[in-house]
Structure formats: structure tokens, C-alpha cells
Design a protein around this ligand. Sequence first.
Ligand code: CTP
Length: 401
Amino acid sequence: MKKHIVIGVSGGIAAYKALDIVSGLRKRDIGINVILTKNACEFVTPLSFQTLSNNYVVTDTFQEPKAWEVEHISLAKKASLILIAPATANVIGKVANGIADDMLTTTIMAARCPIVFAPAMNTNMYNNPIVQENIQFLRSKGYYFIEPESGWLACGDLGKGKLPKPEVIIEEVLKHMNQNQDLEGKNILVTAGPTVEAIDPMRYITNHSSGKMGYAIAQQAAVRGASVKLISGPTHLQCPPYVEKIGIQSAVDMQQAVNANFQWADIIIKAAAVADYRPIEESKHKIKKANQDITLTLTRNPDILQELGRKKANKILVGFAAETKDLISYAKEKIMKKNLDFIVANNINEKGAGFKEDTNVVSIIDKEGNINHYPMMSKVELANIILDKIKDRSAIMNSFR
Ligand code: CTP
């Protein structure tokens, strides 16, 4: 199927450069639809974009609201990628705050394809902490950014904020398009969140897992075209679009759900923090207090990942290791014991790592003993690194078409 890009042009002096981007992408046989914001129409004309894209151009200026209400959904569905170039502080701020009040922002909100912003603005605006926070926030949610260049800006200031050359933007766009849908045809099973082990109808044992890492993996795998099932303990997170969620409570529930989907899965990623022990007995009734101390006897839960490792055959198996010391040696032990392809190890006491954070700091160790250490990054970025590694392994195992 022919690739299709929606290019959103917002109102900045660099808007004219989007003409070269449109023409460069068209030469590569990519279908283009351009959306001009109302302010962009002050800098460039719809007619120029219509001529270069050989397609109708959508603006908010002349169309009935009714027209774009429907149009934004069809454009969002059609797009393999949305590029916003130039992206003003205004459009970045709107998307970061969930505002969808025109054709471009409603299309972005309705899309599930990769979205790439190419910011261009005055250097003081770009460096403004609010703009930087919005960019960080959007990155953590899986949006991509092309760094602006430094130089003399249209306003006469010197600094960062220039839209990179059209060739640079086209290169970045093509890179994201190739990555797009690269997991199509793969069935990926992800586990996430904590498990909850009941003591009685009122009380339970659990851990601090937020589920953020597993949900980010499920979300990015779906964006990249995989069929994704997410087996999750209780979390406050929303199931990502196009992901099938199977909610569970205890480790035993998780074991059953994983086993039921074992045949289906080509790849299993166990990001869940599974409780190793559960109360030996779940009291049917609330345990009443007494004067003496009580002892809670715990029994071992199944090690789900270890069981998967025994029967894995040619499936790819990825584990996580949450440690507070001796990270690498414990992680290496877990690879061997659980027969994993690779393990993602993090020290939960390290700054920027840990359950509740949007970021993580990890080392990835594979079964051949290769170790890669990564700096602090968003869980979404890390999700893509993990998926890239899986893709590489899968290619080696010759299971990719
Ligand atoms: N895991 C599992 N079933 C368990 C315990 C852990 O499937 N009962 C999986 C986790 O989902 C994770 C990996 O095994 O991918 C490692 O989990 P972790 O809690 O770090 O280690 P444990 O194997 O439980 O060992 P320990 O608690 O002694 O560190």
C-alpha cells in the first residue's frame, strides 16, 4: 500500500520551507495531505501546497466546522505518519495539554501513527521552560521531535530554533516511516503491573509497580504494527489503543492468562512485578484482631517466566530484573535460570529508575553475555529500544519475513 503522510504547517516564518519538504517527499512517491493552521495561511498560501502535493489542502479558514469534524478522522486513519513542520510553541503546547480545537490538533489527537514535530521558533521561546517541559512531556508519551538547528534566526537573534534543512527533515521522516509497522505480523504478549495476593476479603499483599514500563511496550508494539495482548495487574493506566487487555489480580491468575496465550505469542515480554509469595490460605472472612501477635504464612507462587523458559522453543522471551544491589550478576543469573533471550535490568533505587517514574535507567544483557548500559530515558524510548532488540534477534532467528 502506498505510504501517506499528513504534513501540518503551523504559523511561523519557516512555513515556506514546508513547500520543499512536500515536494521532496512527493518525489519519493509518498502521498501527501497538507493541513495549514489559520496562522500558517498568513505566511503561505494553500494554493502552493495544493500544487506541490497534487492534493487538496485543508485549512480552517474557509471550511465549515462540520467538514473538518469528519475530515480529521479520515486523515488520521489514512496517515502512516504525521509531520508538523514548522511546529510552533503554540501547537506543541496545545497537543501537550490535550487541546484539539482546529483541523491540525484534532487530526493529531485522533491518530495512532507516529507523530513527528519539527519545532521552529525564536530561541528564547524554544528555551522557555514551559516549552521545554511540553516537549519532554510529549516525548515521554511517544511523540518524536526533530531538534531545531542553531544559527541566525529571522528575528535577528542568534541561537537554537531554526527549522533544519528540508533534506534533514525528509531523512528523519523516512527513518520513522521505515520503522513504522516493522512488527506487523508478530503476536506480542506483554505482562505489566503488580500482582495482588489476597489475605482476606479486605487485605492483600502487593508491590509498588505502576505498570508504566509494560504499558509503554504494549503501546509502542501496537504502533509498530504488532498484535498485542497485555496481561495486567491492577494499575491506574488506560489500556493503549489497539491493545487487547486481560486484567488479572494474582500471580496464579497471571500464570493462567499467560499459559492460555502461550501458543498465540511469538514474543513474550514479562515486565510485570510478580509477587514471589502469597498467603498460604485466603481467609474467607475478615480476620478479626486479637490481643496476641499473628503470623502470616506465605507460600511460593509459580515462577511464570521460568516455566515459559522451559517450553519456549523458538519464541523470544524477554525478562526484567528489578534489583537494589549486584544488578548485573543477579540479572545474568536470571537469564540462565529462566532461559531468556535477554533481560532488562534496573536498580530501582537509582535516580530516574523505579516503578512510579516516567523514566528508567537500565542495562540490557543478552544470553550471549553482551551488556549495554543506557542513560536515563523515557519509558517510551526504552520500549522502542527493547522492540528494536527483539526485531534484530528475530531477524537472526530468521523468523522475520
Ligand atoms: N517473574 C515471574 N514470576 C515470578 C517472579 C518473577 O514471571 N513469580 C518474572 C518477572 O516478570 C520478571 C523476571 O521474572 O520478568 C524477574 O523478576 P524479579 O522479581 O526481578 O526476580 P525473581 O525471579 O522474582 O527473583 P528475586 O525476587 O529473587 O530477585
